[in-house]
Design a binder for this molecule. Structure first.
Ligand code: PMP
Length: 289
């Protein structure tokens, strides 16, 4: 597999960054996870827009224009002959010195890694997930806004460790006030009396691109959908629940902190939204050719 680094495609084993890169030293940088389906990059423009917004927020100048970045992503897939892929786009602050000061980093490092997509086990979708809420709270937006998809994922990693220790596949992260924020790499939705609810992003969650797609699909299907502040009580008493993310797509949740959600089986509205989302992935996207 060839990796794109700063305008060149190099073999995986030669793909290296400096030990002085602030992405490595301080997690100073931004990233995106993107997928291609049947030689079409799904929501490419949305992912590129979010990458540039994250970079703008941390005052990181991406050396490529957006059209050049789009071309670089597509070219990387072409070079690697990938049709169904996972794409990791990374822009770090670049090489600096051992101090924090980003002004010492003269040029950002741009990396595009592609891989064959590794799908989650089918049983996960058929049986649904059992989740737990974890003690580690989501970063407060005033300290490090979760809407910035930064290379500093320690907050999420701590939550993942807590889920691992408890034997759960994923962790529900709450805000400092105890409201539902998101999982370590997915957004959260519940269904109650046929209506869809998801926490507002300002509360402390990434504006997921799959989340936005589900909101759009719900509108098209005339399923009422609202952003609402949710507590664990709301999750426990939901009729259905699911998570959304680029890698996971739409995954049903059947248990939270030992409480069964709805019937304890993946629900019909979740199934419908999942099918419609999969249809969207097969019919939309920027062609690789
Ligand atoms: N929340 C977090 C913290 C994430 O890292 C991600 C992406 N993996 C998501 C939500 C889901 O976002 P998207 O649908 O854009 O992949």
């Amino acid at each position: 597999m060839k990796v794109y680094i700063d305008g060149k495609w190099v073999p995986e084993k030669d793909a290296r960054v400096s030990v002085f890169d602030h992405g490595l030293l301080y997690g100073d940088g931004v990233f995106e996870g993107i997928r291609s389906y049947n030689s079409h990059v799904f929501k490419l423009n949305e992912h590129i827009d979010r990458l540039y917004e994250s970079a703008n927020s941390i005052m990181l100048k991406i050396p490529l224009s957006k059209p050049a970045m789009r071309r670089a992503v597509i070219q990387t897939l072409k070079i690697n002959h990938l049709e169904n892929a996972y794409i990791r786009l990374v822009v770090t602050r670049g090489k600096g010195d051992l101090g924090l000061d980003p002004r010492k980093c003269r040029r950002a490092t741009t990396i595009i890694i592609t891989d064959r997509i590794k799908l989650y086990p089918k049983a996960l979708y058929e049986n649904g997930l059992s989740l737990i809420t974890v003690p580690t709270q989501r970063n407060i937006p005033e300290a490090l806004n979760p809407q910035i998809k930064s290379l500093n994922y320690l907050n999420n990693i701590l939550a993942k460790i807590e889920a691992n220790l408890a034997g759960a596949v994923e962790a529900i992260m709450l805000t400092a006030q105890g409201y539902v924020a998101e999982c370590t790499g997915e957004n959260i939705f519940i269904i109650k009396k046929g209506e869809l609810y998801t926490p507002p992003c300002w509360l402390g969650a990434l504006r997921g691109i799959t989340r936005e797609a589900i909101i759009l699909i719900a509108r098209r299907l005339r399923i009422p959908c609202a952003e609402q502040v949710l507590t664990r009580h709301d999750l426990f008493n939901a009729h259905e629940m699911f998570l959304t993310g680029t890698a996971a797509e739409v995954v049903p949740v059947v248990q939270v902190d030992g409480r069964s959600i709805g019937t304890g089986r993946p629900g019909p509205v979740t199934g419908l939204l999942r099918r419609e989302f999969r249809r969207m992935t097969q019919t939309e996207g920027v062609p690789i050719k």
